[in-house]
Design a protein around this ligand. Structure first.
Ligand code: ZN
Length: 291
């Protein structure tokens, strides 16, 4: 049986503002995709289910979801979104809904673990031993893949909530994380940038100190990732990284922070997503294939 005869794989990149849906013969052979806005769970899940139902019997579904989510298969709440600030989604059994509706096996992980897997196998990390994927947008989140598997502990990593050392020119701002104030997300996410400077980073002139300050915070996450996991490739994605010149500033600052210390430092790379904006949906399809 060749790949064209097998049931299609389905994927959902479930985000806070939109759901990207796709079906394909493999994670990199998408034959149809569709985007719907994220509204209430009832409306959004039904609309997504309706779209998948047009594609015949599916072989499996992967969901790469915003979080926090429950990843422990032995927990009755596996496949649910847990204590999200998006109130109507709290407790939503997103994996269970699609398992029942489509009658398929469901793979489930965070959006960033999905994107990390996609970049590891098909994108910027091809051939690397390990890869971290970090998205910097409305929030900051990251996933880590080592030897082909996403890292799960008691739950999934929440690397956007580390506490960076404050930049000397950025001492006054309290930060916007409702739990931690000036954690990384509270200081360097898109909304944190807007709260400080009333503009997105890409709208601020290149000489504005915001670029240096935000790069410094993101460089500290890169430094911590390498220090703790020796991650070979760090992929920085999300809307804020579309700011021209930001990646180079982060790389320069990470190099300064490291001060030539890390073993194997010539192997460490900080790069943009090799799959561009498709890392998330490719990851979702990979989760379908892996289940
Ligand atoms: Zn936080």
């Amino acid at each position: 049986m060749n790949t064209q005869d097998k049931p299609l794989l389905a994927g959902i990149e479930a985000g806070g503002t939109k759901f990207v849906l796709a079906v394909g013969h493999s994670p990199t052979e998408v034959i149809a995709r569709h985007t719907i806005p994220t509204r209430s769970p009832e409306t959004t899940l039904v609309e997504a289910g309706d779209w998948f139902s047009q594609h015949g019997k599916l072989g499996g579904l992967g969901i790469a979801s915003f979080g926090p989510i429950e990843l422990d298969r032995s927990n009755p709440r596996w496949g649910c979104i847990t204590d999200t600030p998006k109130a109507s989604w709290e407790g939503c059994d997103i994996a269970g809904y699609f398992a029942d509706r489509l009658n398929v096996p469901v793979g489930f992980d965070t959006d960033v673990n999905g994107a990390a897997m996609a970049e590891y196998y098909f994108g910027a990390g091809k051939g690397a031993s390990s890869l971290a994927y970090v998205t910097v947008g409305t929030g900051i989140g990251g996933g880590l893949v080592i030897d082909g598997r996403p890292v799960h502990g008691a739950a999934h990593p929440e690397m956007g909530h580390i506490f960076p050392r404050r930049h000397p020119s950025d001492r006054e701002f309290a930060g916007i994380c409702p739990r931690h104030g000036d954690c990384l997300e509270g200081l360097a996410s898109g909304p944190a940038i807007k709260a400080r400077w009333s503009a997105s980073l890409s709208d601020l002139p290149a000489e504005h100190e915001a670029h240096e300050i935000i790069a410094r915070y993101l460089a500290q996450l890169c430094h911590s990732l390498v220090a703790m996991s020796a991650a070979e490739v760090i992929v920085l994605g999300g809307g804020v990284l579309k700011t021209g010149g930001l990646l180079d500033l982060v790389k320069k600052q990470a190099s300064e922070l490291n001060a030539g210390y890390f073993p194997g430092q010539s192997k460490h790379q900080i790069v943009l997503p090799g799959l561009g904006d498709d890392a998330g949906i490719t990851g979702a399809l990979l989760l379908a294939a892996a289940d």
